[in-house]
Design a protein. Structure first.
Length: 362
């Protein structure tokens, strides 16, 4: 297959510098994937399938499906290492019309909705702490009332947008530091659980008698529900391909980050799920809206619950940076290819970021 390049001729205003190394690329994959999912989906999975064995099978199958996708994108990204990721691949395969429609869907619906869901989740998670209870109160009354949580979500969006406006290197460094911190917090949670005398390996043999999957057909459908939950938890690895035009040595770093990052995430996900089930039997996992918080409450009381809640908030915050980082690159790429307003292809002369596209895609 011949290499596909942007239709517009290379020019200084269309160039984004390749400043992201392998560690940045890995952090984008790991940090964007690990949000609130691992702390929440064990409940839905256990409710659906009712046994540890099927829960872990869903994690493994979901991880493999994500890995197959990442391997495909690793090859495409190495062949077409340009800003825009999926837009570039679709336009190259199906032409300008398909590329434009994908860009418009991303710009008008998909990315704004994704950012809104992440920031809303951050506000809800912080609301666990007494100091943030004001987030659940009304800020502006009237026929269309506005909650403080909504104002907070908008503020966080613009804060991370500002960081990315200052250049992807700064946003990438932020991603590396806080992804490492996120992983450390997850490992601390796992360590607390497995070092507790209150845990039991016998919990892995417990089951939920009234799970969704009762008969053979029911179990198949229930497993698919659990699989959907795992795929949602694994979502986000494709965001790296959106910034492929800013990754150094993309032929090496993109495959390394996509495939290696998913292995790291898979290990952390399985370890966290195991830690939760070591402390809680199946019925308690299914009954808890936040099973990780419930497990640490058993192990370390309110302080443990606060640690998990803080880890969830940090995890979502890092995911927000990765989500916003990728958002501007698709309209930028479309403008570069003369399929969108030319102003979206402008690169800031000082910060070397797609400044106009960045401000319009948050």
């Amino acid at each position: 297959m011949s290499q596909i390049t942007p239709s517009s001729q290379p020019s200084p205003i269309h160039d984004l510098p390749r400043v992201l190394g392998g560690s940045h690329a890995m952090a984008i994959v790991v940090g964007t994937i690990i949000g609130s999912g691992i702390f929440l989906v064990p409940t839905e999975m256990m409710k659906a399938v009712g046994s540890s064995g099927l829960v872990y099978l869903a994690w493994i199958v979901g991880g493999l499906l994500s890995l197959f996708g990442a391997m495909t994108y690793a090859e495409l990204g190495s062949m077409m290492p340009y800003a825009g990721g999926e837009y570039v691949y679709l336009r190259g395969a199906y032409g300008d019309r398909t590329g434009f429609l994908y860009m418009w869907t991303w710009f008008a619906v998909a990315k704004p909705a994704s950012i809104a869901s992440v920031t809303s989740g951050l506000a809800r998670t912080l609301g666990i702490f007494a100091v943030f209870h004001w987030l659940d109160t009304q800020a502006i009354g009237g026929p269309l009332p506005v909650m403080w949580s909504q104002i907070f979500a908008i503020t966080m969006t613009w804060l991370i947008t500002g960081l990315n406006y200052l250049g992807i290197k700064k946003a990438g460094d932020f991603q590396v530091v806080f992804t490492v911190l996120k992983a450390v917090l997850i490992l601390i949670v796992v360590g607390f659980c497995f070092s507790s005398a209150l845990g039991s390996w016998g919990n892995f043999a417990t089951s939920l008698p009234h799970a969704t999957g009762g008969g053979i057909t029911g179990k198949t459908g229930a497993f698919m529900i659990a699989l959907i939950a795992t795929l949602w938890a694994y979502d986000g690895w494709n965001d790296l391909t959106m910034v492929a035009g800013e990754v150094k040595q993309p032929e090496k770093n993109l495959p390394f980050a996509l495939i290696g990052g998913l292995f790291v995430v898979g290990v952390l996900f399985m370890a966290t799920n195991a830690a939760i089930q070591y402390i809680l039997p199946a019925a308690q996992v299914a009954a808890s809206p936040r099973p990780a918080v419930a497990a640490l409450s058993v192990v370390a009381g309110p302080a443990g619950a606060a640690l998990v809640a803080a880890g969830m908030a940090l995890s979502i915050f890092v995911t927000l940076n990765g989500t916003i980082m990728s958002g501007a690159r698709i309209p930028f790429a479309a403008a570069r290819d003369r399929l969108f307003f030319p102003k979206f292809a402008q690169v800031h002369p000082r910060f070397k970021s797609p400044a106009y596209s960045r401000l319009c895609c948050c």
